[in-house]
Design a protein around this ligand. Structure first.
Ligand SMILES: [Zn+2]
Length: 115
């Protein structure tokens, strides 16, 4: 997980289900997100799975386990499920600059994979 200390910009409280879609401002619907993910997600709830074309919800960090949907390979976050694939794709987890930053964090022992 991208550590907040390493980010120049503060992390943001993100609505998992956006208020636009009647998502409530309660702990179960909030996630601390880095600014890159938060901007990329916007008010989206999901996307089309790049493998199947089916409408698929994003990974929900409140109700799903990271390790069941993703695997870290080197500095790349590999999706294991449809939810993982739409999340990696829309939030652009593996953009070159993000992979490079992740690589530095891994080398510095500051990158921890969520459970
Ligand atoms: Zn992020």
């Amino acid at each position: 997980m991208y550590p907040q200390e390493a980010s120049f910009l503060a992390f943001e409280m993100e609505h998992i289900i956006a208020e636009k879609h009647s998502g409530a401002t309660v702990a179960e619907n909030l996630a601390l997100a880095c600014p890159y993910c938060n901007r990329a997600k916007g008010t989206d709830l999901g996307s089309l799975d790049p493998d199947t074309g089916l409408l698929t919800s994003f990974f929900n960090p409140r109700t799903q386990r990271w390790v069941e949907h993703f695997r870290l390979e080197g500095a790349e976050i590999v999706a294991l499920t449809p939810e993982g694939r739409v999340t990696v794709s829309i939030m652009q987890f593996n953009q070159l600059d993000r992979r490079q930053e992740r690589q530095h964090l891994i080398a510095a022992g500051q990158y921890e994979v969520p459970l």
